[in-house]
Design a protein around this ligand. Structure first.
Ligand code: WT7
Length: 651
């Protein structure tokens, strides 16, 4: 555990209780909810499962727990799409805005729940006409346009698990994910917009499909059009608008078993191969629906904006399934926060009178750096609640968000969770919990974390340890697609019978959780999760590289930046040209999010006598600290030489 990080956070003593006015109107403001949930956690979840969702058939058993395998709401039948769309259409919400879309070049569209109902059924029929049946996997590789959500919901409607791949991933990363899930159909677009440039999605897809033979049909949404042309392969590729033209208007929602697979979402682990996190229907919908309602205090009058892309779990749970299940109005935005100017987010808040905003610390730190003149140009008085997710939020960024965006009046919910947990786990309930800048505060009712030391014993107050979850919860992942051993190995082997998160945390004297970052080889760059080994594999794939070691280093904006120590093969020139080439190679293999910030050439890497790379020492070097314990090294002179070289290179 990094003691410096703990010490810094220990000094944070500010407390912000919610205002009386906020408490009064909050969806949940009864503090006894915590004890009540703890007394009977199965009963707690069952109560909200029953009241918050519509089931075609009720379950007979709330929970079956055979660690590490949980089943929730056994025998229950429901449909996620039906809960997000159909049930609202039968009420006054039929003509309520479901999605308010802002495209990067400035185009805009509003889709009501009634519109979603029609479009989703039509697209579900399109998928069926392409041969998609219940259980078949559909891969979605799209920009953030309403159609990506229509496609997801259409999959859910017919029981075809979707696997959404973020549009920033490379062709190779896409191919890996398609192959792992053996997806039958790919839904993509000609391209997407990013800072005025076209992201060539269809081109990437074509390249991916050369190595991904499971895909039989491709649907292409025309986002760019005009002069921008893409190749369409006869008999394989179809335009979205052509297929939709004649698609029948009705398609019944398939009654799914609670434990039927809703989706697979790939995320990085500590080895190179991405993990296909599986989420099933009943428990997941219960988790995201209740957390969205309580954590974001969602009301019918709200305009809610989660700035994530649907390619990440934040988008799945808190753009699509959670908010729509609650019948909320959601803003979605295709582009970057600084395009065409650095006030784009605030212009959007003002334009749509956004009331709830959910974003990431990396964005907040960038806004801080750009300066408060950008938010000050806009009327942000509609905002009433702010959220943060993706990485620990440093108290300075929290305070800036509070003052310059929230005008000092909005509660901030710092929400800790993971792709694997499906829904928010540690968070303030904004009408109950006083917040402290930098702390995710308390476990959500019905969630039971603990902080353990290496021996599996709970640590004392203010001591760092491993964050675990001790009881099952409805939205927990049901495992890794096609890799049950890795599931057990990664999450359930460090400690007996409890879920290991991979994060470090400490608990303060008030029972508040302070997250301290990953304790494994996962790094968090701008809230995006990457594996150091995945980047290392991409580097050694280049003919010039003999060996590579990748570490996350402190970065002012991104939280962590990527530093790669590289040993070059004989006959190659270790120069600036190669540095650039290697960075580009990683972008090609994984995507721009994995582009290394620094490439440091070295003749050797510090290794233990058993041959393990000592990343801790590399971090010490890259972050300019005195070297820690080097006694276990096979050759201590290696690291000293490297430190001198690194410090020389920096000047
Ligand atoms: C990892 C999970 C869950 C949505 C986005 C990321 C880190 C996430 C917080 C937070 C401190 C956080 C953890 C976690 N993380 N939220 N509020 N405070 N750390 O999902 O890609 O699955 O990454 O993100 O390290 O393990 P993910």
């Amino acid at each position: 555990m990094q003691t410096a990080a703990i010490d810094a956070l220990l000094q944070e003593t500010r407390v912000f209780p919610p205002s009386e006015a906020f408490v009064k109107q909050a969806n949940i403001n009864d503090p006894t909810i915590y004890e009540r949930a703890a007394q009977d956690f199965e009963g707690f979840w069952a109560h909200y499962a029953e009241t918050m969702l519509e089931w075609f058939e009720k379950w007979h058993t709330v929970l079956e727990w055979n660690p590490p395998y949980a089943k929730w709401f056994l025998g229950g039948k429901l449909n996620a799409c039906y809960n997000c769309v159909d049930r609202h259409v039968r009420t006054w919400r039929k003509n309520k805005a479901a999605l308010i879309w802002e495209g990067e070049p400035g185009d805009e569209r509003v889709l009501t729940y009634g519109d979603l109902y029609r479009e989703v059924q039509k697209f579900a029929n399109v998928l069926k006409s392409l041969g998609v049946q219940k259980g078949d996997r559909v891969c979605i590789y799209m920009p953030l346009v309403p159609e990506v959500i229509i496609a997801m919901l259409a999959c859910a409607r017919i029981g075809a698990p979707h696997s959404v791949v973020f549009g920033g991933f490379s062709a190779e990363a896409l191919a890996d994910r398609i192959n792992d899930a053996q997806a039958k159909v790919l839904v993509t677009a000609d391209g997407g917009w990013r800072r005025g440039n076209i992201v060539p999605l269809k081109h990437n897809a074509d390249e991916a499909l050369r190595h991904a033979p499971s895909v039989q049909k491709v649907v292409v949404f025309k986002r760019i059009g005009g002069d921008y042309t893409v190749t369409m392969q006869e008999g394989r590729d179809y335009w979205w608008h052509d297929l939709m033209k004649d698609a029948p208007l009705t398609c019944p929602a398939e009654p799914m078993d609670s434990e039927d697979l809703l989706y697979i979402l790939y995320t990085s682990g500590s080895t190179g191969k991405p993990k296909g996190i599986m989420h099933t229907t009943g428990g997941y919908m219960v988790g995201v629906t209740l957390t969205a309602k309580w954590v974001f205090d969602l009301k019918d009058e709200d305009v809610y904006w989660c700035t994530a892309d649907v390619g990440w779990v934040t988008g799945h749970s808190y753009i699509v399934y959670g908010p729509l299940s609650n019948g909320a109005t959601c803003v979605i935005y295709e582009g970057a926060p600084d395009y065409p100017d650095r006030d784009r987010f605030w212009a959007i808040v003002e334009k749509y009178r956004v009331t709830i905003m959910y974003t990431a610390p990396t964005a907040i730190r960038a806004f801080m750096k750009w300066g408060e003149q950008y938010p000050r140009k806009h009327d942000l008085s509609s905002l009433r609640l702010l959220g943060s997710v993706g990485e620990p939020i440093n108290p300075e960024a929290w305070m800036w968000y509070h003052e310059h965006i929230g005008g000092g009046r909005c509660p901030i919910v710092d929400t800790w969770w993971q792709t694997e947990t499906g829904a928010i786990m540690i968070t303030p309930l904004p009408g109950i919990v006083a917040t402290k800048p930098g702390s995710a505060t308390k476990p959500f009712p019905g969630i039971f974390p603990a902080i353990l030391n290496d021996q599996g014993q709970p640590v004392g107050v203010n001591q760092g340890g491993y964050l675990v979850i001790t009881k099952p919860w409805p939205s927990m992942t049901r495992g890794l697609w096609g890799d049950p051993e890795r599931f057990v190995q990664t999450y359930w082997s460090k400690f007996e019978g409890v879920y290991f998160t991979g994060d470090g945390a400490r608990l303060d004297e008030d029972g508040y959780y302070w997250l301290l970052g990953r304790v494994d080889d996962v790094i968090n760059v701008s809230g995006h999760r990457l594996s150091t080994m995945e980047i290392e594999s991409a580097l050694v794939d280049h003919p010039a590289v003999a060996e590579a070691a990748v570490i996350g280093v402190h970065h002012e904006i991104k939280g962590q930046g990527i530093a790669a120590f590289v040993i070059v093969k004989e006959g190659y020139q270790a120069d600036g040209g190669l540095q650039e080439e290697l960075k580009q190679h990683v972008v090609k293999k994984i995507g721009a999010i994995a582009r290394p910030d620094q490439i440091i050439f070295t003749a050797e890497l510090p290794k233990t006598r058993s041959g393990k790379i000592m990343r801790r020492l590399l971090r010490d070097i890259a972050e300019g600290r005195a070297l820690g314990d080097t006694t276990t090294l096979a050759d201590p002179s290696v690291v000293q030489a490297l430190k001198e070289k690194y410090e020389g290179q920096e000047e």
